[in-house]
Design a protein around this ligand. Structure first.
Ligand code: FES
Length: 158
């Protein structure tokens, strides 16, 4: 928002200044308009999520539509020890997350056999458990709160 505000103010100042290069050329203003639209688009694509540790600590984070929850953890350096050890190749189960029932039921994709096999090896498994590397963010996941189990199991170590 601050960036957009600053750009708008700069454009207004430029239009008031008769010697402004911006005033004498429409190209930069068109570029600014495109840039502003790009920012607006990007803001629409942002999905805010909260990871809740077993001790109740909440970690707010965000990703883009199309990111996995593993991407969110990695891209934001969310401090979840050992999370995503296999980098999303469905061989570790360290990205085990627990959803609220209502959120779990809204998830668009059901777990495949490979994910179910990995979930069987996860600690603290629940009926609403999923692997974070398999959950792809969509805009209707805005505000999602996901619980992180107290312990993780790296299935590769078995
Ligand atoms: S990151 Fe290893 S199974 Fe998801």
């Amino acid at each position: 928002m601050l960036v957009m505000h600053t750009i708008r103010n700069s454009a207004r100042l430029a239009l008031r200044n008769p010697t402004s290069a911006w005033r004498n050329s429409s190209a930069p203003l068109n570029s600014m308009r495109t840039f502003s639209m790009g920012l607006a688009l990007r803001q629409q694509d942002v999905v805010n999520v909260t990871f809740v540790r077993a001790n109740g600590e909440k970690i707010k984070s965000s990703g883009k539509v199309g990111d996995s929850l593993l991407d969110v953890v990695v891209n934001n350096n969310v401090d979840l020890d050992g999370f995503g050890a296999c980098e999303g190749t469905l061989t570790c189960s360290t990205c085990h997350l627990i959803f609220k029932t209502a959120d779990f039921e809204k998830l668009p994709d059901k777990p495949g056999d490979e994910e179910l096999d990995m979930l069987d090896l996860a600690y603290d498994l629940t009926d609403t458990s999923r692997l974070g590397c398999q959950i792809i963010l969509s805009k209707d996941m805005e505000g999602l709160e996901i619980h992180v189990p107290a312990t993780i199991n790296d299935a590769r170590a078995a």
